[in-house]
Design a binder for this molecule. Sequence first.
Ligand SMILES: Cc1cc2nc3c(=O)[nH]c(=O)nc-3n(C[C@H](O)[C@H](O)[C@H](O)COP(=O)(O)OP(=O)(O)OC[C@H]3O[C@@H](n4cnc5c(N)ncnc54)[C@H](O)[C@@H]3O)c2cc1C
Length: 400
Amino acid sequence: MSTDFDHIVIGAGISGLGAAHFSARRGLSTLVLEASDRIGGCINSQTFPALGGFWTEAGGHTCFNSYGNLLSILDDLGLTTQVQPKLRVGYRLWKDGRRRFILSAIHPFEALGSLPRLVKEPKEGRSVRDYYSAVLGRRNYRDLLQHAFQAVICQPADDYPAEALFRRKPRRKDVIKAFTFADGLSAIPNALVAQGTFEVRTGQRIEQIATEGEGFKVRLQDGTAIRSAHLTLAVPPDVAAMLIPAVFARARALVAGIGMAEIETLVLVFRQDALNLPPLAGLIAVEDAFYSAVSRDFLPDAQYRGFAFHFRPGVLDPESQVRCACQALGVTPDRIAAQSRVHNRLPALRQGHFRLVEQLDAALAGTRLALTGNWFLGVSMEDALTRSHSEHVRLFGART
Ligand SMILES: Cc1cc2nc3c(=O)[nH]c(=O)nc-3n(C[C@H](O)[C@H](O)[C@H](O)COP(=O)(O)OP(=O)(O)OC[C@H]3O[C@@H](n4cnc5c(N)ncnc54)[C@H](O)[C@@H]3O)c2cc1C
């Protein structure tokens, strides 16, 4: 079979761009097809040209020195030396219409009493509620932890698999612990594409992929088809379930069982003097219309402050979201300098997920189809890249 590319990747989030980077470095001709007119997926630094280029993260906001795969890519891109330290500012709780210190929700004696279980209690196969109630106490879970975890994954956390949160990974001592870039994390996808080692076509929502011999035929929006010897799907699970060619029926059925959480993100920017609010990392909401708000205060700007509020879907109309966010910041909507809206999506993993991934891997073994994303090991950028790397090795072999 004659092919147009050695490798086609569907989805230009960090998983897909990572997969393309790995194969392009092997000298394989690689094409990335992305539905949106923008690359980066959940990495989305919202820049406001009318405000002198001020930006705020609408999605992923922090990378850590434990992100080994990401750091090796940053090394390749020459970006490791450009990381910016994040200012250490704390989160506050937003509860009953008031901002409160995190400590106000902790039950210290319960935590101390439960703490010895931290080393003994197994995490495997347990839900977030079950595991963290056991190791830090039921009341600590109810009053603080469930809201904090919900804030991280932007969805109800109780039934999420405990193993998928906070994986322990080795830290790289030569890199600062938590970092961003001067232009935000979108610097990473932008630099990956700017290398020019692989081709990216945006505005290509793929709806159909067929097999042809051992390879693949991807139908583009204009009806033409392109062929590749290998294919990586780096899209959310509901999209992957639709795109996996029919001959991989087992894999398709397994992926179809993985849910997604929808998040309505509202980004607000204010002039510094509009807010009477100490610097803060963000807000963790307790039973409110939003899960969390993440600020840009970790990299202060002389003129502006920005916040991304992550709302539960379908609860408030857009105007009420603005009022709700402004109330939490103690400011009136007429002081907003700029705003934007983003629809974020994250996988809604459930118990039994890692068994499902094992079955999926068994169904994919020996094929030229790779599946990657933030729905295998966990939701972080590093979890996503760890999967992209292991799928790369499965398809193309380890580098010697
Ligand atoms: C609000 C928020 C905060 C976060 N904070 C952090 C953080 O601080 N640190 C951290 O490590 N992680 C964080 N994350 C998680 C992390 O950013 C994401 O899990 C990761 O970036 C996901 O990358 P991905 O490539 O797997 O998926 P995505 O980024 O979802 O990319 C999938 C891509 O596929 C495209 N696509 C979909 N359908 C099609 C189709 N039919 N054809 C072609 N293309 C298609 C989409 O447009 C998208 O670009 C956060 C996520 C969110 C939402």
